[in-house]
Design a binder for this molecule. Structure first.
Ligand SMILES: [Zn+2]
Length: 420
């Protein structure tokens, strides 16, 4: 559930004393509405793996962002990108004095004899796979591109059903994951992996043909998806994933007028106004007052849980030093490290620490009356479904349930089936 990875795909561990620290789980089945709620708790998915980072310990400070058309300022570079793209695919150039983003993007969405955008189900084809191999190799210098990894990463999703695409491939009749494919002269040049969800459109990944780098497909696809989300699908938010302040490849997302998820209460606020509050500590977009409350609550309720026979002492992680200053090193414990067996992927599993911004505190779980929640358990031992009776479970099961409560909150947890 909680793991530390020595290699980070974003900063490549520019600071060797830091590492990537994430919380994640393999999902079996989610409805789009359930996954939608997870995104609004700061989670993302990679295939069927659902994760978020511990912003306190992670090398890169990743924050969940989203945007809407009315938050977007159409900068000159956006106009140029769209105009150039329209020209390249053979569309009439914009002759109006005023640049109308919706109008210009709609020309691209509508397509022409040379260029089409087709919504396809998120399934494997050889053509998609070949594009993935080329993209990963030339853009990310990645040679480990098996068919299996492509399927796992970009075709698999946690949804029970695939999205239902309209017969003309232009819109979506039922929520789920899709591949939005760009074809130029009948050749596949880009695939946007998208989740169409009740509250918006979530961008999962984009791959494009490096031969068409000059088409600025990263920027273009983001603008297109924003218009597509708000105006074609009529959905409210365009979820752009995470933003990392200190990562050049990511900061461009700020230009889209983003909102950022506040980890204290899962509300959304304008990125600039939220950032502005913490200028003297730009690594931290969450407020220190919140963090102090979280640490205090966890320490106090760690003792209260212990009186009820559930011990979290080993999960209490130090956040502030004796002088009350924030300690920002990773949770890595060198003694523990040397004893641990490492996986092939270079990651190490740990117990879920208590002080993770964006996860509920032990106080919340204590006050929640877990015994009254109807929680379903699929018992692998008995091979059948049963309800948990929190007070009657053994300590390790109680800890698991409390940690799941911290992770998912009451609503999603009560809809889950916990496999133990
Ligand atoms: Zn990093």
């Amino acid at each position: 559930m909680y793991f530390e990875d020595k290699t980070c795909g974003y900063c490549h561990n520019a600071n060797p004393s830091t590492s990537s620290n994430s919380i994640g789980f393999q999902s079996e089945n989610f409805t789009p509405s359930q996954y939608d709620r997870l995104i609004n708790l700061g989670f993302r998915r990679s295939g069927t793996f659902i994760y978020k980072t511990n912003v306190l310990r992670n090398c890169c400070k990743m924050y969940t962002i989203r945007t809407r058309m009315d938050l977007l300022t159409v900068h000159k570079e956006f106009k140029q990108c769209v105009n150039r793209f329209n020209k390249k695919i053979g569309n009439e150039p914009n002759k109006d004095k005023e640049f109308n983003l919706s109008k210009e993007i709609n020309k691209i969405i509508t397509g022409n004899d040379r260029f089409q955008i087709i919504n396809e189900s998120a399934e494997f084809t050889e053509e998609k796979y070949q594009l993935y191999v080329k993209y990963q190799k030339l853009i990310h210098d990645d040679d480990k591109t098996s068919k299996k990894s492509f399927k796992r990463f970009l075709c698999d999703s946690p949804f029970m059903k695939s999205a239902r695409i309209s017969s003309d491939h232009s819109t979506i009749d039922e929520f789920g994951a899709i591949h939005q494919c760009y074809y130029l002269d009948s050749k596949l040049i880009a695939i946007a992996v998208l989740d169409v969800l009740p509250s918006g459109l979530s961008s999962v990944y984009l791959i494009y043909d490096p031969d068409h780098r000059d088409m600025e497909l990263g920027k273009l696809s983001a603008l297109l998806e924003l218009v597509y989300c708000n105006e074609v699908l009529g959905l409210k938010h365009y979820y752009m994933g995470f933003i990392i302040e200190n990562c050049q490849k990511m900061v461009y997302k700020k230009k889209f007028g983003c909102e950022v998820l506040n980890l204290r209460d899962y509300s959304w606020a304008g990125y600039q106004e939220r950032c502005g509050q913490f200028e003297d500590n730009d690594q931290l977009l969450f407020d220190l007052g919140y963090l102090k409350d979280l640490v205090t609550d966890n320490e106090e309720y760690c003792k209260k849980w212990a009186l009820k026979g559930v011990h979290f002492g080993d999960q209490l992680d130090k956040v502030f030093d004796a002088e009350g200053k924030l300690q920002l090193q990773t949770s890595k414990d060198p003694d523990k490290d040397s004893d641990d067996e490492e996986d092939d992927d270079n990651s190490t599993m740990y117990d879920l620490p208590l002080n993770i911004p964006g996860l509920r505190s032990l106080k919340d779980s204590f006050l929640a009356d877990l015994d009254s929640l109807e929680l379903l358990n699929f018992s692998t031992l008995m091979g059948r479904l049963r309800y948990f009776h929190f007070n009657g479970e053994k300590e390790s099961t109680k800890k698991t349930l409390i940690n799941l409560y911290r992770l998912l909150g009451p609503e999603l947890l009560s809809e889950a089936v916990v496999i133990i």
